[in-house]
Design a protein. Sequence first.
Length: 269
Amino acid sequence: MALAEFAKFREPVKYFDVDRAVHVPTALQHNDELSIPVEPVLKGHMKPFEHGIASNDLRINFIHGTTCLAFKFKEGIIVSVDSRASAGYYISSLRVHKVLKINKYLLGTMAGGAADCLYWERVLSKHCRLFELRNKERISVAAASKLLSNMLYNYKGYGLSIGTLVVGYDKMGPGLYYVDNDGTRLTGDYFSAGSGSPYAYSILDTEHRFDMTKDEAIELGRKAIYHATYRDAASGGINNLYYMGPDGWTFIGAVDVKKLHDIYQPKTN
């Protein structure tokens, strides 16, 4: 470890304006979670972000939006998302991949802060792989979602922004869970997350049926995303759609929402 000592990796590290040094075992060690010491003196720096000026401190208000949805039907689960990324009122990208591949039988969606979602679902992917190597079987959807929920609960109130749908297929059948940055974990037949979710729910509540065929389910997934992008300024771009079945996930295709507009909103004289 001569290089580590030469590079002074073992010296005490200070976070923020803490008077006393916070010791880190080694900078070369891979941490399963964020290197944030949980000490009372630091909690003032890690408050949730607020709008404008609050308590004489300037807070940053993250204005973000998206639409992600997933629903069960008799043949599996459909996952449908948009691809627009916004930074405040600025559209920063139209081609963001909001479906994150945890493994062949698990998917996660991205709603909230992109960096937070990517990081924590990468951590989840690592733990799912370790579970598979240790136990010689795949982790269940319920266990994977519970693992993510427990990790996020440790950082409740620290300003993370995550609202993800954990979708998978195991020996118990299709599994669908909603997990957020407070550690909330819910299961159901369909969920939508993001600023466009009220508009997506209006379609899902009206037209979702468990006995749909695969083609009908794909059509419903596209229609719900289209209506969300039509009404929500923070959603748009490309509709990416996935199918989760007994053989794992399959990418169905990507369609520009402009083409969906031509289908679902025909011009009238």
